[in-house]
Design a protein around this ligand. Sequence first.
Ligand code: GA4
Length: 331
Amino acid sequence: MVVLAKPSSLNQTSLLKPQKPTSPYNYTIPIVDLSDPISCPSSIVKACEDLGFFKVTNHGISPSLMSFLESEALKFFSLPQSHKDTAGPPSPFGYGNKKIGSNGDVGWLEYLLFNISSPTSLPLFLTHPSSSSLRFALSEYTAAMGRVVGEVLELMADGLKIKPRDALSKLVVNEESDKVFRLNHYPPCPLLQGLNNCSLTGFGEHTDPQVLSVLRSNNTAGLQIALRDGSWVGVPPDQDSLFINVGDTLQVLTNGRFKSVRHRVLSNGLSSRVSMIYFGGPAPGERLAPLPQLMREGEQSLYKEFTWFEYKTSAYKTRLADNRLSVFERE
Ligand code: GA4
C-alpha cells in the first residue's frame, strides 16, 4: 500500500484522493444544438434517459456576458480573505470557503451562493456601490439562464409528447419559483503539485435537488459525471457551451424515467476553475408528483407526494453524497 504524505493543510479536510489512472475523456457527452429545433426535443429526452446530463450549444447567451460575469466573480474572489468573510458564512446563502452545507461536507473551493428568487434577498455586500458591476452581471446572466431553462423544458415537453408545452417549464419560471445561483472558485493547490496520481475533491459527489441546473465553466477541467453503471467520466471543459443536469425533482416528475445525475469536481490542483450554476427549482408550496401525462395505464408513482418545501427541509439535513429522494420513495 502506498501511503501519501498529505500536506498538513489538507489533512484536516481529507480532500486528497489517490486516483486510478484513467484516460481523461473516455465517453462522449451528448450534445443538444439549440439552433436545430427538429432534433432538439428527441435528443434532450434521450440524453436525460441515458445519462441525466447533456451539453447545449448555440444557446444564444453572448460570450461577453459569460466572460463578464466570470471576471466579476474573479474580482470578488481576489479580494482579501477578511473582506470576503464579511459576505459569509453562508446560511445557506452568502460567501462560503471549503465548508459546503452545514453537515460537515468540505471541498477545495470558495463560493458565493445567491437566492435570486426575490431581489430583497440579495446579500448585503451586493447592495454596496463597489459591487454594482457584479450585481449587474448577475442579474443579466441569471435572467438569461431563466430563459434557457424555460426553453429547454419546453423542448423536453415536446420530446416527451406531453401537453401543455409548459407542463414542466411553468414550475420553474414563475415568480414564486425557487431559483438559486452559485459562483464557484476552485483555486489552484500548490501543495498538490508534484504529487502524482492524486487529485483533490473540489466538490464531492451529489445530485442536484432542483428540476434542472445549468452550468458554465471556464476552460479548466474537473467536472465528472457518474454513468448508470456507477463509473465516473470526465466532462471536457468548454467555456462556450452550457451543461445541463437533471435534478431530483425532474426524476420525480418523470417517475424515474429521467434520473438525476451524480456529479463531482476533482481537480489536479494546477489551475483555477470558475463555474457558475443556475438551479431552477419549483415554488415552496408546489406539490411534487409524476406528471399524469407521463404515466402509462396502471403505472404507480414511485414516490409519496411531497412539497418542494418538505423536500428542502429534509435535504438540508443530509450530507452531500446522500440520496435525498429515498425518504420519499414508496415501499
Ligand atoms: C447541491 C446543489 C446546489 O449546489 C445547492 C447545494 C446546497 C448548499 O450548498 O447549500 C446543499 C446541496 C446542494 C444538497 C444538500 C444540502 C444542501 C449542501 C447540502 C449538504 C445550492 C443545492 O440546492 O443543494
